[in-house]
Write a protein that binds this ligand. Sequence first.
Ligand code: HEC
Ligand code: HEC
Length: 343
Amino acid sequence: MALSTSSGKSLFPSFLYLLLLVLVSLFTFLVFNQFDYSQSSEADSTAVYAAPDSNFTHVWTAPSDWRMMYLKSEEKELVVYGRELIAHTSEYLGPKGSVKAISNGMNCQNCHLNAGTQPWGNNYFAVQSTYPKFRARSGAIEDQVKRVNDCFERSLNGQALAAESKEMRAILAYIKWLGTDVKKGKSPKGSGIFKLKGLKRAIDPTKGAEVYASKCQSCHQADGSGVLAENGESYTYPPLWGPHSYNHGAGLYRMSNFAGYVKYNMPLGANYEKPQLSDEEAWDLAAYVNSMPRPGKDLSKDWPNIAKKPFDHPFGPYADPFTEEQHKYGPYKPIKAWAEKHK
Ligand code: HEC
Ligand code: HEC
């Protein structure tokens, strides 16, 4: 083996040299890669955090329609009818409704956007998974029939739908369908209404009126009455106050619900990824719209335990020393702090 003995000495150092080269290049690769990486992540992070509201991932969505083929045909028919009732309530159950005249002409979908499937658009994702549940407003365990009728009697300022009616069964079948993949007891990300951070100051109807004139009035009108569709049966732009709007007992009459709803859904076209209102604008709009006249409701049986009234429930008596005025318009921070201390 002449080769190995004669060139052994010169092969060894060149092997070391090669090893060194590999190590050096590995080192530079790592350093540059590191450098590069930190550069690009910095660039990404400014892109992402410049608009924190678009930084939502893994937001829940409704099951796709094609999966309905796994339902029994009667069940599927109910689900589809239920969705139709949510989207076009007034055609069936409004003042000129083809089934029964029991509500004010609004559609459930006016507030539960895209038939209750829009993330943070007051969707129904967590209804099947969390009902029946105890609700402090009634002081009782409520099932879905009761909850749906709450909206008929308050949000649609109308009358309850019989539990055994085809319409109620259809609405419940649709709600069940939307909850198909949601585990019992869970509220998936994007459920219901967004909880907007509170302001330090009291919310301000005067400021809200200015925002309303520039960003809402074109559709909902200066007198808040909305615009009826040509058939006169439903609204192109639903009313925000006045005789045809939701009543004092409705969920949207609470400032936090109104502010959270409009922040991620109004003006029309805004959503959680492209909000158009600042937090202050959303709160001040709530103050303005909910200071205008609307139908009343006997609320004497609500909140049997007054200590459970939410901070923004505007009707006394209260367990705390704050006025109705402060409960309605804030500042809410002292009210929440008091409640925290007296738990
Ligand atoms: C004027 C707006 C408005 C209309 C119209 C409306 N709702 Fe609601 N609904 C709300 C608000 C706001 C809430 C949440 C209230 C809360 O959390 O305090 C709600 C809550 C609900 C819930 C419970 C959701 C949950 O996750 O707990 C159901 C079910 C429901 N509505 C069904 C309906 C049905 C069915 C209709 C039509 C017959 C309807 N709503 C019409 C505003 C409305
Ligand atoms: C381009 C027209 C348009 C503008 C502008 C607009 N909205 Fe709406 N708004 C609608 C429509 C349409 C609906 C019903 C959505 C549906 O049925 O899918 C609605 C629904 C609502 C609802 C729930 C239903 C009700 O009548 O109570 C509220 C609250 C609301 N809008 C508040 C506002 C506020 C506050 C502004 C201003 C920031 C605003 N909207 C601007 C078109 C508009």
